[in-house]
Write a protein of this length. Structure first.
Length: 279
């Protein structure tokens, strides 16, 4: 097990330097402390994100798009999530690890949801996340009763992109706004300790944040939520494209491409390896 990794001095974390736990997340909402969450999928990047002071690492089913080359999250399996969760858990010791329940692993019944949740907890997660509000309240309640902390996810739910007509902002109409609010309240009442609000109007996300007692984590939901989550490759500028709601805080993709190009140039010019790299 890795030791506790304190946040870098230049990136102070308001939560305790030791393991982040559920009471710390709840206290952050009461105190107005903004929560931070980034996705993580492997043992290489997860400890770097933790050392930066990220409060929660989301082992997201977005690994399907980001790491596995799929065009959506739908092909991701529980086995995929187990491997990624285990990698993140083995390489970190402070951040709260939340693992996504992938499509097809919880919709059938609350019992199926509990079984899937148990598998991800055994892999090293501290909590699981599942998409859906009112319709998934029974599943959330069952998972929580099994002793597994849950993060809800309402608004745009990527696993339902086909039913929703693609990646569309949710809650633009009066009926849609009421549905988002109802979903967030249902998630809370079912026992979730936090809820992700994805791609909803900023004023609606702010309203939901004031209504519910649990922290709201926004992605494409404006600045009025209790915290923010991004896919780390979008956050770090790994590719040449980022969603409108994201922001590149670095140029990691350019740096990696430049390093690889320098390697190729050095090899072809017979400048690498040199005597200092040989035995």
């Amino acid at each position: 097990m890795s030791r506790i990794t304190p946040p870098d001095a230049h990136s102070p974390a308001p939560l305790p330097k030791g393991r982040v736990r559920l009471p710390h997340i709840a206290a952050a909402k009461r105190s107005g402390t903004r929560l931070t969450m980034l996705t993580a999928y492997d043992a290489l990047t997860a400890p770097l994100l933790e050392a930066a002071g990220v409060d929660m690492l989301l082992v997201g089913d977005s690994l399907g798009n980001v790491m596995l080359g799929h065009s959506s999250t739908l092909p991701v399996t529980v086995e995929d999530m187990e491997r990624a969760t285990a990698s993140v858990a083995r390489s970190t010791s402070r951040a709260l690890i939340v693992a996504d329940l992938p499509f097809g692993s919880y919709e059938e019944s609350p019992a199926q949801a509990v079984r899937s949740g148990v598998r991800l907890m055994k892999a090293g997660a501290n909590a699981v996340k599942l998409e859906g509000g009112t319709r998934q309240a029974p599943a959330i309640e069952a998972i929580v009763k099994a002793g597994i902390p849950v993060v809800g996810h309402v608004g745009f739910t990527p696993q339902s992109e086909n039913a929703l007509g693609g990646p569309r902002v949710q809650g633009r109409t009066d009926e849609g706004r009421a549905a988002v609010i109802d979903d967030a309240v249902a998630v809370q009442d079912a026992g979730a300790f936090a809820v992700v609000l994805e791609m909803v109007p900023a004023d609606l996300a702010s309203k939901v944040t004031k209504i519910v007692r649990i922290p709201t984590i926004g992605v494409g939901a404006g600045a009025g939520t209790d915290g923010q989550v991004l896919v780390w490759t979008d956050m770090a500028g790994m590719t040449g494209w980022t969603p409108r709601f994201s922001r590149s805080f670095g140029h990691v993709g350019d740096a990696l491409r430049a390093a690889a190009a320098d390697f190729c140039t050095a090899v072809r010019a017979r400048e690498f390896p040199g005597p200092e790299h040989s035995f």
